[in-house]
Design a binder for this molecule. Sequence first.
Ligand code: SF4
Ligand code: MG
Length: 369
Amino acid sequence: TADLLEVEDLYTQFRFDDGVVRAVDGVSFSVPAGKTVCVVGESGCGKSITARSILQLIDRPGRITGGRIWWRSAAAISSAERSKRPRRSRKSTDADEQATDDSGVDLVALDPAGDHLREIRGGEIAMIFQEPMASLSPMYTIGNQLIEVIRLHTPVSKAAATDRALDLLAQVGIPRPKHTMDAYSFQLSGGMCQRVMIAIALSCNPKLLIADEPTTALDVTTQARILDLLRDLQQDSDMAMMFITHDLGVVAEIADEVVVMYLGTVVEQGPVDEVFEHPQHPYTRALLASIPRMGAGARQRLSAIQGQVPHPFNYPQGCPFHPRCPEAVEGVCDRVDPPTVWLGERRRSRCVLNDPEFLAETEPANEVS
Ligand code: SF4
Ligand code: MG
């Protein structure tokens, strides 16, 4: 069966006077319904831009320049059917109609100002970010903000929305929901603000929660609590989660599957146990080696890999990882694009070492002595 979210060969670029930054450079991966997929990589690898591209949240001079992002919730499919009939209430544009087919909707092709994308954002797909404080308004109480979001997506009375808000605050582990309703964001700790953001995200029962480093700005104890909360919420519902992190400890704790990114590309993807136990890509191996004690609660920034991430204007020829790769093959990796090799139904790696035939054909002939 088709996955809930399927990103197909996505390109997002930033055009500056000095050059083009290929932030997302042909990314493909998918998120099955009800599962947690972690996207991992060093900062600047395109994780956040990939996530923001899903909801067309790319600011100028950035632009999605290619690819499709299939969204296949039941609602997307029924709305695809609906869009073929004479339209009813929704303001459906030509772009929105062309974006839909029998199996779902291509989020990239949706009208950025149309109702369909607006309904999906914060409705079927919710997003939480690294800085919870910055996402809340200092001008309104937590209760007012929560009630407003609830009523934006569901036509309920203020009293019913208030009850729902209190329930949600309790659900995300806020000890005194009534008290918190009347508080302002600046009166709460970072951890409490992130719980509020999670409550806002959950208020519409999303099918997919995109979490972009939601625990990075928090202290270690609070990080662990928020992570437990997200894991419990995800397991108790059929909500899928796309979780972005640079922290392999987090991946080990919550992921069903992992997508490893480097310089705007997916280098490896697969079930988390398989990837951690048998990494197939040299970059994944280097990432794992940079962590001293996996699973022992060790949390460390991914900084121990040799060399520097290249400047975004100097995108390397051949394999993007070759200037830092300890296993690079001379005469091949600095020249050719490595193929993406499928190693299982949901398992792939993008390296010449995974395809001995390709490597043999590409390697420069040895000198005849
Ligand atoms: Fe290393 Fe070459 Fe594989 Fe790239 S293709 S990861 S440079 S061995
Ligand atoms: Mg980021």
